[in-house]
Write a protein that binds this ligand. Structure first.
Ligand code: FAD
Length: 447
């Protein structure tokens, strides 16, 4: 349906802050700003509860959930995740880590959650805090008005009604839809990384015993790696993250058949899936590493995946999205209440938005590299390097934990080991360079 261009604010509903999208970033920002008495309108195109991939949270999520007042509600739907297990076909043992071994011992655990339930808790919390939450309403157009007079947005309700909203400030939390990133042609493919994912939920997959039952397992295999995320009620989320070329090998096979054949390529995972049955449709997500060339404008911010997403391997997406909402809410507050301090607040927001993805990206870009794999499978804790790496894996990248020195040392050790294995390093570098080409570049058909 075509929407006529907005002519004026006359007839528009008014608010201080318009939030586009009600995932973790949007719902968190809406709750925080409504809690500070701003008039907030959140428009969400779907209806909660709705499926979303991304079920594994990090310990650094928990303080954010506490501050939002939803920690107990999340505890009730999640299962406890105390650590992670790595399984490699190139090593003869498994390697487990517990978050309690990280530098800050106060964040020993996180949760695995069904996102349909988790995201619904967050969006209902925004309503409770008096944000106006409208579901089944897709933002179609936003025009920023001259003279810093805010923005006029047009949205289409499921029943065909068109709503115009006049807002002083806009938060784009539209996730991978990257609403403003697309509108400003600001979205770029990440040249340093590229992967695709195939995933589904299963019943009957075998869990680790005892306290480790809720831990995430990462299984490397020749085309990438798998996640194995236990969920409450016995289901397990299993996904393969592969180089884009691998999808090309699907040809005309059904997604179900292709996914089961992919699982069969990883013997230790297949063993845990011996009695497993799929209980959801198999889904695929391609070419998903991107970044926008900006984090904000004078009266808008890009939050969470609306700014960037790199890779799910360290389960950082939800934490980064919620953290961006906390910093974003402070930024909006300063811009609206103290406009003379807006420039400094926006600069600080920009720094924080870039810091999180940067902290994870060094590891993400190397996670399929044999040297880093060796260092994960045979961890050393000289000068607390293992504790510092675990702090990153726990999401403790924004606080005061002194991770930077040990992390520098860890990276130095990585480069030294790479030089010592120069041939292997060169081969891995060439393979990765070839593998990060996009599906479009290698002419693969995704359907
Ligand atoms: C394969 C894969 C696996 C992942 N695994 C994990 C994991 O284990 N742990 C983890 O933390 N992260 C994971 N992630 C990342 C995680 O899913 C995201 O980082 C997270 O959901 C980002 O939250 P968000 O609020 O920014 O966006 P989203 O959660 O995507 O929410 C955006 C919302 O905006 C709505 N919307 C979009 N456009 C409009 C519009 N025009 N108008 C109105 N509404 C709109 C959408 O319907 C959606 O509800 C994974 C990602 C992928 C691709």
């Amino acid at each position: 349906m075509n929407i006529p261009p907005a002519a004026s604010a006359a007839g528009a509903s008014g608010c201080d802050v318009l939030v586009i999208g009600g995932g973790p970033a949007g719902a968190t920002a809406a709750a925080l700003l409504a809690g500070r008495d701003y008039r907030v309108t959140l428009l969400e195109k779907a209806h909660h509860p709705r499926f979303h991939i991304g079920e594994s949270l990090l310990p650094a999520n928990l303080p954010l959930l506490e501050k939002l007042g939803v920690a107990d509600a999340v505890k009730a739907i999640g299962i406890e995740k105390w650590g992670a297990e790595f399984v490699s076909p190139w090593h003869d043992h498994k390697q487990s880590f517990e978050f309690s071994e990280a530098m800050d011992k106060s964040m020993p655990m996180a949760y695995q959650v069904r996102r349909a339930e988790f995201d619904e808790i967050l969006i209902r919390n925004a309503s409770r805090k008096n944000a106006r939450v409208v579901e089944g309403c897709q933002v179609r157009d936003v025009n920023f008005l001259p003279g810093n007079a805010g923005a006029l947005a047009q949205a289409l309700h499921d029943d065909g009604r068109i709503e115009t909203v006049h807002a002083r400030f806009v938060l784009d939390a539209s996730g991978r839809d990257t609403f403003l990133g697309n509108r400003f042609k600001a979205k770029q493919r990440n040249r340093k990384h590229n992967s695709t994912a195939i995933y589904a939920h299963f019943s009957g997959a075998e869990r680790n015993p005892g306290k480790a039952a809720g831990n995430i397992t990462i299984f490397w295999f020749e085309h990438g790696w798998f996640w194995f995320i236990p969920l409450a009620g016995g289901a397990t989320s299993v996904g393969a993250v592969t180089w884009p070329y691998y999808l090309k090998t699907r040809n005309k096979k059904s997604l179900d058949q292709f996914f089961l054949e992919t699982i069969a390529l990883c013997a230790p995972l297949s063993e845990r899936m011996l009695h497993a049955q799929p209980i959801s449709p198999v889904e695929v997500t391609g070419n998903y590493s991107y970044v926008c060339d900006r984090t904000h404008g004078s009266n808008y911010l890009l939050l969470g995946d609306a700014y960037t997403f790199i890779d799910p391997v360290f389960s950082s997406g939800v934490m980064l999205a919620m953290h961006s909402a906390f910093v974003g809410a402070d930024t909006v507050d300063t811009c609206l209440r103290h406009p003379q301090r807006a420039a400094a607040a926006l600069k600080k927001f920009d720094r924080t938005m870039r810091l999180g993805p940067k902290a994870f990206s060094w590891f993400i870009y190397r996670v399929t590299n044999p040297t880093l794999r060796d260092m994960f499978m045979e961890p050393l804790n000289i000068f607390r390097v293992k504790e510092a790496v675990l702090s990153v894996l726990a999401g403790d990248v924004f606080g005061r934990t002194p991770i930077h020195g040990p992390l520098l040392l860890f990276k130095g050790l990585y480069y030294a080991a790479s030089l010592l294995n120069f041939r292997r390093t060169l081969k891995a570098w060439r393979t990765r360079k070839r593998n990060i080409r996009g599906v479009d570049e290698i002419g693969a058909a995704m359907n």
